[in-house]
Ligand binder design. Structure first.
Ligand code: SAM
Length: 359
């Protein structure tokens, strides 16, 4: 191929993908607290001496910062963080959400994505390291709590629930929010990662109605029946062939009128296709993480395990994150099935009356 074309194609490609630089720059700056070091106009030598970071590396980071407009050049070779662009990356209020997302993206997702060619050639997938990455993953998924909690609180109030179990509870944020709203609820969090449970316990001191257990949700059982189970951001930890078994297991201890609250990213094109497909690529590059479910799969496993699935709503559209409920008490479905099997109007009404009488 013509050399000129090759070079121009590469130039165009580089230009188009320059957008990666601000992410890298922000990650390094937040991890090393550099935006704060340059909160006031300061020269590189001063910051290098104060922090002990090598001068050449620091100077290079500063140059990138100026190029991506995170830093401003000031007179006398001094530099200052841009308050307009980096207010969430500096000061006492470095946004914990942004910090966690940068960490997860750069330390977990990108390295795995870089291994894709090796993984595809060798057929040897990566192992998700719960010990190393469990904490940051629990932190980023907790960012959804804010968007999901209202719907759960409303349902719990309507249900008059007495016990709630959060399976794969991470740092237990849902339980603390529920405890504040319902101080008499019995709240239990279960997670397989001891470190994550330790952190959840320390964050939940002062919440007497919350307890935590280390356990595998595929086998863990409560002492008594449970009104509401939270199953949030957990499907991709369970092999698609095992998801039925998990729901069957939950069925054995959720009360007849109980509910399961599910939150999960879904593999689909309607919303957040870029995000959910990238997420999916990351999961399936691991031996111990699995493909996101799609709507059909969710419907199929719900039907198979005799749960009624309802209120399927997107909560973070750009991430294709959905919430829905599963109810083991599925009169609507039983009625639908009897219609499909040739049930008459009167027969359905009779069944409806019977259900109302017995419930
Ligand atoms: C993505 S985090 C979600 C945390 C929380 N549910 C939320 O939505 O914010 C998934 C959590 O599930 C836990 N986990 C994964 N597999 C599990 C299993 N088989 N049994 C119990 N916990 C599990 C992980 O340790 C992690 O803390």
């Amino acid at each position: 191929m013509n050399e000129w074309i090759t070079a121009m194609q590469a130039r165009k490609w580089m230009k188009k993908n320059e957008s990666f630089l601000p992410i890298w720059h922000a990650y390094v700056g937040v991890e090393l607290d550099l935006f704060n070091q340059f909160e006031r106009a300061t020269d590189i030598d001063t910051v290098s001496e104060k922090t002990g970071y090598p001068r050449d590396l620091l100077a290079s980071w500063v140059r990138v910062g100026v190029a991506v407009k995170h830093l401003k050049k000031r007179p006398n070779e001094r530099f200052r963080s841009s308050k307009q662009r980096c207010s969430t990356l500096m000061g006492d209020n470095v946004s914990p959400g942004i910090k966690a997302i940068l960490k997860e993206m750069l330390e977990l997702h990108i390295p795995t994505m870089l291994k894709y060619p090796d993984i595809m050639r060798s057929h040897e997938r990566a192992q998700f390291d719960h010990e190393r990455h469990g904490e940051v993953v629990a932190e980023t998924s907790a960012l959804l709590e804010h968007f999901a909690i209202k719907k759960i609180i409303k349902m719990l109030r309507d249900q008059r629930a007495k016990t709630v179990v959060d399976l794969g509870c991470g740092h237990g944020g849902y339980l603390r929010k529920l405890s504040e709203e319902f101080p008499d609820l019995k709240l239990v969090g279960v997670d397989i990662n001891q470190k994550v449970v330790d952190h959840a316990r320390s964050l939940s001191e002062g919440y007497p109605n919350i307890s935590f257990e280390v356990g595998d949700i595929n086998t863990w059982e409560p002492e008594e029946q449970v009104d509401v189970v939270l199953l949030h951001n957990i499907f991709h930890y369970i092999h698609p062939d095992e998801r039925d078994n998990l729901l069957d297991h939950l069925r054995s201890y959720v009360t007849h009128k109980g509910l399961i609250s599910v939150i999960t990213p879904i593999s689909e094109k309607e919303y957040g296709h870029a995000f959910s497909s990238a997420f999916n690529s990351f999961f399936i590059a691991h031996d111990n993480l699995f493909a996101l479910p799609d709507k059909q799969e969710l419907q199929k496993i719900s039907d198979h395990c005799h749960f009624e699935m309802f209120d399927l709503d997107p909560i973070i559209k750009e991430g294709s994150w959905y919430t829905f409920w599963l109810s083991p008490n599925s009169p609507i479905k039983e009625m639908r099935q009897s219609t499909m099997a040739g049930g008459t109007e009167q027969q359905i009404k009779r069944e409806q009356a019977e259900l109302t009488r017995t419930s």
